[in-house]
Design a binder for this molecule. Structure first.
Ligand SMILES: Nc1nc2c(c(=O)[nH]1)N[C@H]1C(S)=C(S)[C@@H](COP(=O)(O)O)O[C@H]1N2
Ligand SMILES: [Mo]
Length: 199
C-alpha cells in the first residue's frame, strides 16, 4: 500500500484509439485553403438552404446568432494526415436549421463564399453531427479558418467542413464537389480511410 508503481502512468489508456488509421496528432492548427480567403462582413453575410423543390430558407448573421447555440468539442481529421483532438467550437446545429424544412432530398451540396463546394449525404448533417460554426476556442472564428462561419462535420475528413459556408443545396442526386471531382472520396470516412475514389 502507498507504493506508486513507476509504470502506472505508462499503462493508462493512451489517446491512440482516438486516431484514425494513417493519421498523426498535431497540436497547432494548420490552414488548408484551395484559394484566397474571401472577405465576408457579417452585415452582408447570409446562409441559404435551398430544397429540391426550389424553396429557399435564409438566415442573416443576427438571425443565426439568435438561434440556440451549441458548443461541440470534437476531433478533426484532415486527409493530408493531421488530426487534432478535442477542438472547441460554437455554432448552430444543422438539426436546428433543417427543422421544419420539407424535403425528400437524400444529398447535400455545401457551397462557400469564394466558390468551394463539397457534397455529403443529407443524413450526415443530421442527428447532432454537423454545425454552422462561428467560434473556435472561445473567440470568433478566424478568417483563414473559415470565419465568419464554416460548416463543421467532424465525423468526415475535414475537407467536408466547408469554410466561409454560404449555403447548402438539398439534392435528389449526389453531385460531387470541388475535391470529390478532383479524385477524393465521395464520402470520406476517416475511420475507413476513405481518402480517394476507390478506397
Ligand atoms: N471554402 C473552403 N473550405 C475548405 C477548404 C477550402 O479550400 N475552401 N479546404 C478544406 C480542407 S482540405 C480542409 S483540411 C479544411 C481545413 O480547414 P482549416 O484551414 O481551418 O484547417 O477546410 C476545408 N474546407
Ligand atoms: Mo484537407
Amino acid at each position: 500500500m502507498g507504493i506508486v508503481s513507476p509504470g502506472f502512468r505508462g499503462r493508462r489508456r493512451s489517446t491512440a484509439p482516438d486516431l484514425p488509421p494513417g493519421q498523426y496528432l498535431t497540436t497547432d492548427f494548420p490552414v488548408l485553403s484551395a484559394g484566397p480567403t474571401p472577405k465576408v462582413p457579417v452585415d452582408r453575410w447570409e446562409f441559404v438552404i435551398s430544397t429540391e423543390a426550389g424553396a429557399e430558407y435564409r438566415w442573416t448573421w443576427d438571425e443565426l446568432m439568435g438561434l440556440p447555440q451549441e458548443t461541440p468539442t470534437v476531433d478533426i481529421h484532415c486527409v493530408t494526415r493531421w488530426s487534432k483532438l478535442g477542438t472547441r467550437w460554437q455554432g448552430v446545429s444543422l438539426d436546428t436549421l433543417l427543422a421544419g424544412i420539407d424535403t425528400d432530398a437524400r444529398y447535400a451540396l455545401a457551397h462557400s463564399y469564394g466558390g468551394y463546394t463539397t457534397n455529403l449525404p443529407l443524413t450526415d448533417l443530421r442527428e447532432g453531427r454537423a454545425w454552422v460554426a462561428h467560434r473556435f476556442d472561445d473567440a470568433p472564428l478566424a478568417p483563414e479558418h473559415g470565419g465568419p462561419a464554416r460548416l463543421l462535420v467532424p465525423h468526415l475528413y475535414f475537407w467536408k467542413s466547408a469554410k466561409w459556408v454560404r449555403g447548402i443545396r438539398l439534392l435528389v442526386d449526389d453531385t460531387p464537389g470541388f475535391w470529390e471531382t478532383g479524385g477524393y472520396h465521395d464520402y470520406g470516412d476517416p475511420w475507413r480511410e476513405q481518402r480517394y475514389q476507390g478506397d
